[in-house]
Design a protein around this ligand. Structure first.
Ligand code: MOS
Length: 756
């Protein structure tokens, strides 16, 4: 198979500075010129095309497939069904850790959700395979589909998110509510959402004996490699995955999915390379989604507007066969000081694909409900929403009682409000109109997301020509990881960026940890930083122990690295180049490895979160109920910013998703069939340019000495939190109508607006 020249991008030469610089994407030129090769762009010689046949029912069994008709179609090479699929070394329904997804790999004729794979047709051309799949004309034994949060008996899930307890309490919530002079008791509903990355899940798989080469987008190369190894019974090192570019992921590419694995199985079955790409509608099922929620918030406040209790209960759904539970109530753990907090979850099992992480899983769903309830309570207390939030500002993390490793939320509130011009906001709703007579409303929300780290590793090399190499199998979903991590690499090696060859995006490199949980820059970045420091320490050992070096006797601690040279700390006039040090030692290169991971000692003491404040302006047509977001201003404190351009763009993406959450996105399930009615980008609404307002993201300077040595907190997910609530609250402020079901639609407003 042709190799992608990962390290020879012309853009590499433009990448010319280090931490803190607003560099453009080093892969940007490749992307805008079409030179970036995504997974499905790889066409190895002899490649065949595989097309999924998916279930048209949500529950039951496949009673008949017309395999002979499909096979008879010209160009169809093979049809893979439960009858002839290659054997697997592992049961796809086995689950040995919470980061495993139970898979549909044609293990039997059961149908557990609509769009489940029921066969794979392999052909010489995409057209032949597509036609073959249509000719399968499946017949089913259909059982009634369980849809909606009331379709089944609910239970308390064993855990929510990845291993969080389903119920947490601190203090006496009932007492807090009983003693309150103001109470809010409201139910908020959020819709199911599906990941709609521009690049659908795709795979090109080629076997060579028991070695396997895969091109596929991944947010977690090492986990994918391990999963494939387990399922196919081959050693992980026999599997080479290339994932240099992703056209978005949002969590859906964190775990390798069933359809990707079916591509590998198809290649094994036919003994030729196979490419399989999901069609847009096929993404609504087997690759995860954001589960719907119904959240009950009960808040109590005293006469001064101080919260006395927060009770946040979430009902959500998982699939009939696997466990992922959207941890929405956990959003109430960290934001507002209250002497009593209780969070709990219940769930039902529905005939749906298994839900999974989607950008700020739990935080996004929980945040829009909590921020709406806080807004309602501020109103009940007769307080400005910002003043109310400041009144209930948490100096320590409310649920754990731990101090924050750092918290610049007050600055976010102040700077965001000032930039937005919040001060003259009338307390009562429906007070503002623009010159065209549209209702104008202002709302706000608080943003927060934990500063997580997983585990990663990097390998650093310094070569005798004075250049360096940094290797880590990181993932660039489009967020700019390649660029930001290469900046850290340059600083870590004490080299100019153009002197560092940054290798990333393949599974043969050290495991960079998963690109999820907004943790990638911190985890992979710390691995890179530590690998750089380790290789510099080796260089320093060579120099300071050698009488011929001007650094002789300086000792490791007495040396700094900069611009390809080591300097004595106490005398900058005494220095030596990396090239000279290695040359004298007769070494072509030296290498060292470094790891990145959270510090458990610091984590046991401190609560670690990024924070922000978002302010929204909406305009609502008083007759038609049409809502337009006209301004969105966010101020965010997320520790050290490696690349301000990438960070701003990440935050914008999150804020736009907030607009989407509040006003656009929802998957609608047909109650009769259990199928999703709008599994396409025409009817599943996401904001387009015309829906996106003037956006501003202010980054508030923040030095966190505890999260990690670089002070990085991560920015991938925080933008969606806060923003969704801000938009919803602005809609209330414009209209006086409190809509508690999201997304808010025209119909929610026109039926009630007149009455106000
Ligand atoms: Mo994200 S939902 O952690 O990719």
């Amino acid at each position: 198979m042709p190799e992608i020249a990962l390290t020879q991008a012309p853009a590499h030469l433009r990448h010319g500075s280090s931490i803190g610089q607003p560099l453009t994407r080093r892969d940007g030129h490749l992307k805008v010129t079409g030179g970036a090769r995504y997974a499905a762009d790889n066409h190895p010689p002899g490649m065949l095309y595989a097309v999924l046949a998916v279930s048209g029912i949500a529950r039951g069994r496949v009673a008949f497939l017309d395999v002979p008709a499909a096979k008879a179609h010209p160009g169809v090479v093979e049809v893979m069904t439960p009858a002839n699929k290659p054997p697997l070394a592992q049961d796809p329904d086995a689950k040995t850790n919470p980061f495993m997804f139970r898979l549909d790999l044609l293990q039997n004729d059961r149908v557990r959700y609509a769009n489940q794979s029921i066969a794979v047709v392999i052909g010489d051309t995409l057209e032949a395979a597509t036609e073959g799949a249509a000719l399968l004309s499946p017949r089913y034994e259909t059982e009634p589909a369980r849809t909606g949060l009331d379709a089944a008996e609910s239970f308390v899930p064993p855990g929510v998110g990845v291993g969080n307890p389903a119920e947490v309490r601190r203090g006496d919530v009932e007492a807090g509510l009983a003693s309150a002079s103001r109470r809010i008791d409201a139910i908020y509903e959020t819709a199911a959402q599906y990941h709609n990355a521009m690049e659908p899940h795709a795979i090109v798989a080629a076997w060579d004996g028991d070695r396997l080469s895969i091109d596929t987008p991944s947010q977690g190369l090492a986990m994918a490699q391990g999963r494939v190894a387990g399922l196919f019974g081959i050693p992980p090192e026999n599997i080479h995955i290339r994932s240099p570019f992703l056209g978005g992921g949002f969590g859906s590419k964190g775990l390798i999915s069933g359809p990707q694995l079916l591509g590998i199985m198809a290649a094994r079955l036919v003994g030729r390379p196979v490419k399989l790409v999901l069609r847009r509608e096929q993404m609504y099922g087997p690759v995860g989604h954001r589960a719907p929620t119904r959240q009950r918030l009960r808040l109590g406040a005293d006469r001064d507007g101080g919260l006395t209790a927060i009770d946040h209960h979430t009902k959500t759904a998982s699939s009939s066969f696997d466990d992922f539970f959207e941890p929405a109530s956990d959003a109430s753990h960290t934001l507002y000081a209250s002497p009593a907090i209780a969070t709990s979850h219940e769930a039902v099992r529905l005939d749906t694909g298994t839900p999974l992480f989607m950008r700020a899983p739990g935080e996004a769903t929980g945040s829009i409900a909590l921020e709406s309830a806080i807004d309602e309570m501020a109103q009940a207390c007769g307080m400005d929403p910002l003043a109310f939030r400041l009144r209930n500002y948490a100096e320590v993390e409310p649920i754990s009682g731990k101090p924050f490793s750092s918290k610049a939320l007050r600055d976010c509130y102040a700077r965001g409000a000032e930039r937005f011009g919040w001060a003259p906001r009338p307390l009562a709703p429906r007070q503002m109109r623009d010159e065209a007579g549209l209702l104008v409303g202002w709302g706000m929300g608080t943003a927060t997301f934990p500063a997580l780290m997983f585990q990663g590793e990097a390998r650093a090399v310094v070569r005798s020509d004075g250049t360096g190499v940094m290797e880590t199998g990181a993932h660039d979903m489009g967020q700019g990881a390649w660029t930001a991590l290469a900046q850290i690499a340059a600083d870590g090696l004490g080299l100019e960026a153009e002197q560092v060859e940054f290798r990333s995006g393949t599974s043969d490199l050290p495991d960079a940890g998963i690109a999820g949980g907004s943790s990638h820059t911190a985890t992979a970045g710390m691995a890179i930083h530590n690998a750089g420091a380790a290789v510099i320490a080796k260089l320093a050992d060579l120099a300071t122990g050698d009488q011929r070096s001007p650094l002789f006797g300086a000792g490791n601690a007495g040396v700094t690295a900069r611009a390809g040279r080591l300097f004595r700390r106490d005398d900058e006039n005494r220095s030596e180049s990396y090239a000279d040090i290695l040359g004298r030692a007769g070494l072509a290169e030296i290498e060292a490895r470094g790891k990145g991971a959270a510090d458990p000692a610091a984590q046991s003491v401190y609560a670690m979160h990024a924070h922000g404040a978002v302010f929204a302006e909406v305009k609502v047509d008083p007759d038609l109920g049409q809502i337009r977001v006209t301004r969105l201003v966010g101020a965010f404190a997320a520790g050290r910013v490696i690349n301000p351009r990438m960070v701003r763009s990440q935050i914008f993406g999150g804020m736009i998703w907030g607009v989407s959450f509040a006003l656009h996105e929802q998957a609608i399930t047909d109650r009769r069939s259990g199928r999703i009615l709008n599994a396409n980008l025409a009817e599943y609404h996401v904001p387009v340019n015309a829906d996106v307002p003037s956006l501003e993201a202010l980054m508030i300077e923040e030095h966190d000495p505890h999260v990690n040595a670089l002070g990085i907190k991560g920015v991938g997910e925080i933008g969606v939190t806060g923003s969704a609530g801000a938009v919803a609250n602005a809609v209330w402020h414009a209209t006086g109508v409190r809509v508690r079901r999201f997304p808010i639609g025209i119909d929610d407003l026109v039926t009630t607006m007149d009455a106000n």
